[in-house]
Design a protein around this ligand. Structure first.
Ligand SMILES: *Cc1c(COP(=O)(O)O)cnc(C)c1O
Length: 423
């Protein structure tokens, strides 16, 4: 793809040449763009709206609901499994029948963690890391407290990510479950999924990956990595919109051994027989709970199709080129102004965003947003910048970093009101 130009230069013409050679550039028009002055670099928090999704949602609301009313349930009832197969096929390397689009990441994590403890009666330890995403740590803390289990928190460096040595030291014959994030939400550090999964299997525990910050930016290969379980969200790089349902993955061989704890009627065999006792469907449908959000689920299906059309390999190549370019410009312009790179420098060890550290990170990120460069701030002193392969250009990266340079060198961030960060 971005062949031709190879030697980095901090001149804007370099970015323009990279954009001219970018085969993914036409995908920019597949997304709604209202304000062309805004440089949106926060798609790892909330992805932008695909044009096709806007039309599909309008159709589901106007026709399927507005006209079809309750009769539309015939086409809606299988959607969590159908959308799951699309996510499996295009985004997470999972053969059909192993991915389900439903509920939130938080709820799915709970369902899977509890089902693993139930299936491993002799084991009473859950392992995660102290820099894992907050909801993951809280859910696992809650499950451990409710089930009288031990939660072992290994230490991760907040820039470097998970340490294989620390993980190895936390594993033993009591370990039931290990749950880790594939890409760190703060630093973007990318964990070696096949290697860490093998390590966890060597002590007989099951491995649950949270792929929220990877899916849609990094090719995830759950089947090939031998992952047991996974959860992921769809409103970040999958562009399915705020509150769109998450997905869960359960490896086929494991499905008969696991029973999730929320026994609802949507996982009941012969649901409309309204039978007296819970008797779940076999397979991935047994992980359903109650009525699902249909409007959100179609947006997941469209988001997965759009990424699949572009292809995860071209997306990953461009994403690595964008983030590497960002780091090169930051080294040249921003490190002399007190910034440090707080993400791995090796592109193969990094997800889709780059994190910069600066003492005034919070004020600088607020000032950037005021100047139409949308990034986000994370405690304690980090700015996350996420150039998305389908919606951002090399010129966006140049313009955004130029703005960071301007604001920081003029100290024009001082006096900007501080607003609380959102998810
Ligand atoms: C965004 C994110 C979540 C969000 O969980 P929700 O239940 O959707 O709020 C969880 N884990 C990670 C790693 C995330 O990046």
């Amino acid at each position: 793809m971005v062949g031709a130009v190879t030697t980095f230069s901090a001149n804007r013409s370099y970015a323009e040449a990279m954009d001219a050679a970018d085969e993914l550039a036409p995908f920019r028009d597949r997304f709604v763009r209202n304000d062309r002055d805004v440089i949106y670099l926060d798609g790892n928090s909330l992805g932008p709206l695909p044009v096709r999704t806007q039309a599909r949602i309008a159709d589901v609301v106007d026709q399927e609901w507005g006209v079809g009313l309750v009769g539309s349930w015939d086409k809606w009832i299988g959607l969590p499994m159908e959308a799951g197969d699309r996510v499996g096929e295009h985004l997470v390397g999972a053969a059909a029948g192993q991915v389900l689009v439903c509920d939130s990441v938080t709820i799915n994590l709970y369902k899977l963690a509890v089902s693993v403890l139930d299936a491993q009666p002799g084991r009473d330890v859950i392992v995660t890391d102290d820099d894992n995403f907050p909801t993951d740590r809280y859910v696992l803390e809650g499950v451990a407290a409710q089930r009288n289990c031990e939660l072992r928190l290994i230490h991760s460096d907040i820039d470097e990510g998970i340490s294989e040595q620390a993980l190895a030291a936390a594993l033993d014959a009591r370990t039931a479950l290990v749950s880790l994030s594939h890409v760190s939400y703060r630093s973007s550090a990318l964990a070696d999924m096949p290697r860490l999964t093998d390590l966890v299997h060597s002590c007989g525990a099951l491995m649950l990956w949270d792929v929220c910050h990877a899916v849609g930016a990094v090719p995830v290969e759950l089947d090939a990595a031998g992952a047991d379980l996974a959860v992921g969200c769809t409103y970040k790089y999958v562009n399915a919109g705020p509150g769109a349902p998450a997905f869960l993955y359960v490896r086929e061989e494991l499905q008969p051994r696991l029973r999730q704890p929320i026994w609802g009627w949507f996982s009941q065999r012969d649901q409309f027989a309204m039978g007296p006792r819970y008797d779940p469907e076999p397979g991935i449908a047994s992980f359903l709970t109650g009525t699902q959000n249909i409007v959100g689920t179609v947006a997941v299906e469209e988001g997965a199709r759009l990424l699949g059309e572009a292809g995860l390999q071209p997306i990953r190549s461009k994403s690595m080129a964008l983030t590497s370019y960002l780091i090169e410009l930051a080294d040249e312009w921003l490190v002399p102004l007190g910034f440090a790179i707080a993400s791995p420098r090796d592109a193969t060890r990094r997800g889709g965003h780059v994190t910069l550290r600066h003492d005034e990170a919070q004020l600088i990120s607020q000032a950037l947003i005021r100047e139409n460069v949308v990034v986000d701030y994370r405690v304690p002193d980090r700015i996350r910048i996420a150039p998305a392969a389908l919606t951002n250009s090399f010129a966006d990266v140049w313009d955004a970093l130029d703005k960071v340079r301007e604001i920081t060198s003029a100290k024009s961030y001082a006096g900007v009101p501080v607003e609380p960060p959102v998810s």
